[in-house]
Write a protein that binds this ligand. Structure first.
Ligand code: ATP
Length: 264
């Protein structure tokens, strides 16, 4: 949509919450894996049943912050027309013993009613060892396992969990019937950064686009950092009263977002 200017950036689909596979850059292999393990079991359920293949009940996405784990879960939900139900585990842990398990049970109760992807973000917090948090965490772990064991075979319900700190997690969560598939979501390399830059700016008019993107991709940024950079460049263009982004907007953006060291 070439005539959309920088000011339209706020209307980017991803920011409205609707994420599609094509919004995600540099993670093609992971997308294929998720399609196989989450999308097919829902869309091709009869085939799975007939062939006697039991799909994973849950998948753990692990890797550094801002690499697209949440986006992957949202895109999977979009493809299978499922409700996306995000739960920040640290928030749940803040509750009292009793309350937190009830809240989790309520989430699964809702999720079982229709096609759903329950997204447990920062799942490592469930293994917190500090006093009260530790106590709540233990109860929550048992509740989570109970809920997962009780997902009816015919429910369209998959649990996706994400963590930046897999080393803080107990292996018990990876047993069959729990998060029985692990997928690493790495920091993007050059080609992936280029791909992410292209997708994050596809609705924007950029002067000398291809060359500029090839240069910007040299910066060691995560997907989230790329998003922040593009946003800052848009602000720079807005300030100039322009709808077209130029190299100078990205120069200002790099400065504003602290990547100047790598850039110079
Ligand atoms: P965290 O571990 O900090 O929760 P995350 O891995 O879940 O991070 P996201 O929330 O998916 O990361 O990414 C944050 C934002 O960064 C996204 O909304 C998107 O704008 C951008 N982003 C991150 N990774 C990608 C990617 N691979 N392709 C396109 N955009 C990306």
């Amino acid at each position: 949509n070439r005539h959309k200017g920088g000011m339209e950036v706020e209307k980017d689909n991803a920011q409205l919450g609707v994420v599609r596979w094509e919004d995600i850059g540099g993670l093609d292999d992971i997308i294929d894996e998720l399609k196989e393990s989450i999308v097919w079991p829902i869309l091709r359920r009869d085939q799975f049943r007939k062939l006697g293949i039991r799909p994973p009940r849950g998948v753990l996405l692990y890797g550094p912050p801002g690499t697209g784990k949440t986006m992957l879960a949202k895109a999977a939900a979009t493809e299978v027309l499922a409700n996306f139900i995000p739960i920040a585990i640290p928030d749940l842990i803040k509750g009292e013993v009793g309350e937190s398990e009830k809240a989790l049970a309520a989430v699964f109760e809702t999720a079982k009613r229709g096609p759903s992807i329950v997204f447990l973000d920062e799942i490592e917090a469930i293994f917190g060892s500090r006093d009260q948090a530790g106590e709540v965490g233990k109860k929550l772990i048992s509740q989570l396992f109970l809920e997962m064991d009780n997902i009816p075979d015919d429910a369209h319900l998959v649990v996706l969990a994400a963590t930046n700190a897999p080393h803080l997690m107990d292996e018990s969560i990876l047993r069959p019937g729990r998060l029985d598939k692990k997928i690493h979501v790495p920091r993007p390399g050059y080609a992936s950064r280029r791909d992410i830059l292209g997708r994050t700016t596809k609705h924007l008019d950029i002067d000398n686009r291809e060359e500029l993107i090839a240069t910007l991709a040299e910066l060691e940024m995560s997907g989230a950092e790329i998003k922040a950079l593009v946003r800052a460049a848009c602000y720079s263009a807005i300030q100039r009263g322009s709808k077209v982004l130029t190299e100078s907007d990205f120069d200002s953006a790099v400065e504003a977002t602290h990547f100047q060291n790598e850039f110079s």
